[in-house]
Write a protein that binds this ligand. Structure first.
Ligand code: ZN
Length: 139
């Protein structure tokens, strides 16, 4: 199977989006809209870079958010990288058959109505990887 991946964004866990945005706006990055993602219990805010990749800031919305746990354990920092894919359902089946450890065997709804799934850091060299497929035109 032909799998193609593009860097979509790098996500950084922060205590608050506003503090996070401040630094990146100092660099002249354009702040995009913020959005709550109930499935992850996070508030996200994207910053646009000069190419197609973005930076995503993640603020926990509740104490049982995985981002809250991440901040308590490791402090602010890089939380995951996101690769854009096409045909996420087939890719997840393929990766599972190859023994890759998936956090989500089925894609779920992420920011911007993308369908997303996470690969466990145990399979990736210690980095949480998100796979994301943009919503189809008709959806
Ligand atoms: Zn992300």
């Amino acid at each position: 199977m032909d799998m193609q991946f593009e860097l979509d964004h790098i996500a950084i866990a922060v205590e608050g989006l506003d503090q996070g945005f401040e630094f990146y706006k100092t660099l002249g990055f354009t702040q995009m809209e913020t959005e709550e993602v109930p499935s992850e219990k996070v508030k996200t805010g994207f910053l646009k870079l000069g190419n197609r990749a973005n930076i995503e800031l993640l603020e926990p919305m509740s104490d049982d958010s995985t981002v809250r746990k991440f901040l308590d354990k490791r402090g602010p920092g890089i939380h995951h990288i996101c690769l854009r894919v096409k045909g996420i359902d087939k890719i997840l089946v393929e990766l599972k058959s190859k023994g890759v450890r998936l956090i989500n065997e089925q894609a779920k709804l992420g920011a911007h109505n993308c369908r997303v799934a996470f690969i466990h850091p145990a399979s990736t060299g210690g980095v949480l990887i998100e796979l994301s497929e943009k919503p189809s035109v008709e959806g």
